[in-house]
Design a protein around this ligand. Structure first.
Ligand SMILES: NC(=O)c1ccc[n+]([C@@H]2O[C@H](COP(=O)([O-])OP(=O)(O)OC[C@H]3O[C@@H](n4cnc5c(N)ncnc54)[C@H](O)[C@@H]3O)[C@@H](O)[C@H]2O)c1
Length: 246
């Protein structure tokens, strides 16, 4: 059953990983899809979707730039006549660092992509929903468990994803009277490039961030996953190897 037949959805960072999976699912449910990404990988997703059924278009742009986001929303309206759904998914992992060692550049980059990007997505897509699909619309912001829990060495990630959670609530109450729903999803650790990259940054942490458990050194990343995910594996990933008690 195609539950989204006749709907038009835009997905930010649709070129890979979680965003690509969301774009595929929306398209499989019958929606027309605007796939936004800055990498060029959105072209591959769009080709894959159009091979199955027409109704996908790619827009290359930077989520931090209002003009790029406005252009993507305009593309949805020009190509498909309206915008019903925004999946505000673009986000990055800032390298794991103590607050005292987090650079201003890394902090600003996290806030710009994770928080400002979500703001820009809502700003431009909600205006289009009001104009082209009055009385309805749905925004889904990709937040994180970092939106809810304070985690060590993640001041920029928790700060920016915490902002996503409260922006979601603020805009939800603002536009509910217009019939537009605004929600957030909070994924836990998921086996994508973000996770691989943040694992790599774990080796840059001081030695005490690595613990010796049984006969094996456990990186802070593995230890963090174990403490965050009782089942002991990331979403879409294999279980971590068993660790013996010390
Ligand atoms: N993977 C996880 O463990 C995890 C956990 C919680 C939340 N999340 C969130 O889920 C979302 C997707 O994460 P993912 O793991 O699929 O990420 P990923 O790093 O695997 O992919 C990110 C995508 O975003 C695009 N992108 C990055 N910066 C961009 C920019 N400035 N403009 C446009 N596109 C840009 C990249 O090109 C890439 O296609 C993010 O918001 C992330 O914070 C991920």
């Amino acid at each position: 059953m195609r539950r989204l037949a006749g709907k038009v959805a835009m997905v930010t960072s649709a070129g890979s990983a979680i965003g690509a999976a969301i774009a595929r699912r929306l398209h499989a449910e019958g929606a027309c899809v605007v796939a936004f990404d800055w990498s060029g990988a959105e072209d591959g997703i769009v080709a894959e979707l159009n091979e199955l059924r027409a109704g996908a278009v790619g827009v290359r742009g930077d989520i931090r730039k209002g003009d790029d986001v406005r252009r993507a929303v305009a593309t949805a309206v020009e190509r498909f006549g309206k915008l019903d759904v925004l999946v505000n998914n673009a986000g990055i992992a800032v390298p794991l660092r103590r607050v005292t060692e987090t650079s201003e550049d890394d902090f600003d980059r996290g806030m710009a992509i994770n928080a400002r990007g979500v703001f820009l997505g809502m700003k431009h897509s909600i205006q289009a929903m009001i104009e082209t699909s009055p009385g309805s619309g749905s925004v889904i912001n990709t937040a994180s468990t970092q939106s809810i829990d304070g985690m060590a060495n993640m001041v920029a990630c928790c700060g920016s994803k915490g902002a996503v959670a409260l922006m979601t609530k603020a805009v939800a109450v603002e536009v509910a009277p217009l019939g537009i729903r605004v929600n957030a999803v909070c994924p836990g650790p998921t086996g994508t490039d973000i996770k691989v990259n943040s694992s790599r940054t774990a080796v840059a942490l001081p030695d005490e961030a690595k613990t010796q458990t049984g006969s094996r050194a456990v990186t802070v990343d593995e230890a963090a996953i174990r403490s965050m995910v009782p089942i002991g594996r990331v979403c879409g990933g294999a279980p971590l190897p068993a660790v013996m008690s010390p």
